[in-house]
Design a protein around this ligand. Sequence first.
Ligand code: SF4
Length: 324
Amino acid sequence: MLLEVHDLHVEFRTRDGVARAVNGVGLGVDAGETLAVLGESGSGKSVTAQAVMGILDTPPGRITAGRILFRGRDLLTLREEERRRVRGAGMAMIFQDALSALNPVLRVGDQLGEMFVVHRGLSRKEARARAVELMDRVRIPAARERAGDYPHQFSGGMRQRIMIAMAIALEPALVIADEPTTALDVTVQAQIMDLLAELRREYRMGLILITHDLGVVADVADRIAVMYAGRIVESAPVHDLYKAPAHPYTRGLLDSIPRLDRKGRELHAISGMPPSLLAVPPGCAFHPRCPMARDVCRTDVPPLHAVDEDRGSACHFWRECLHG
Ligand code: SF4
């Protein structure tokens, strides 16, 4: 396994108390595999990604327990310098907001080239040539000419392609994309997703896609981990999860998106709001919003039950949900 996360706990100390943002998360990604981590805002998905990348804001954030194994090495035991090396060549991240992630006063060709100068020891001229190749690879038209432009001269979709080019420049084994298409229109979203899927195949990299949009990942993910209030509540191969969810929250998410295989069915939004991480409800954190909740749900935290060998659900009544 390329990346294994075991029992990860992350908390944030705030003036109002301790927010338990990640509460015992476990997940894994293999080379060439795409894992989608899905959840509403505040579910802990981005914090999990930041912990894996080693870019968590500490303080106020703090990893209080867990292991993050990358190619078998526990990243949490590495010194910052070693960690930086892993971050440079082993794993890379694509951020949601390309405009703020790119340097506004540097030409994009120079920003891309800098990676080859710093990490590969290339001359400026060689680095510029590699930058143009990369821009071409992520299908930026007229790459040679556009390498001299600044980030604000590109459209949102093109800027996201530049972010992707930066992420794959050093051919990392793992790429984490945090809501990479949220700010883009639907057509450009699909193009960016196709590009990521193509690059993942070509470079055989592991890909973690953080998203709040189940519709976006359906065609590109192999597996989905659904997060709610800092925990993984369902984890399953994508087709199994779409066919028959084993958690009422996943069911709610599926019922709220338009699907070609369910034409004519009404869409239903999940009632209520996600909980504050400063006051997570006792028992199953989803119980105030769950149409299947019973007394036990208000007192007992459901463990992640094995639905089958590669599928889990943190619901006391997963069987009913699966067959309902
Ligand atoms: Fe709903 Fe209970 Fe299952 Fe939680 S444990 S998802 S409240 S049925």
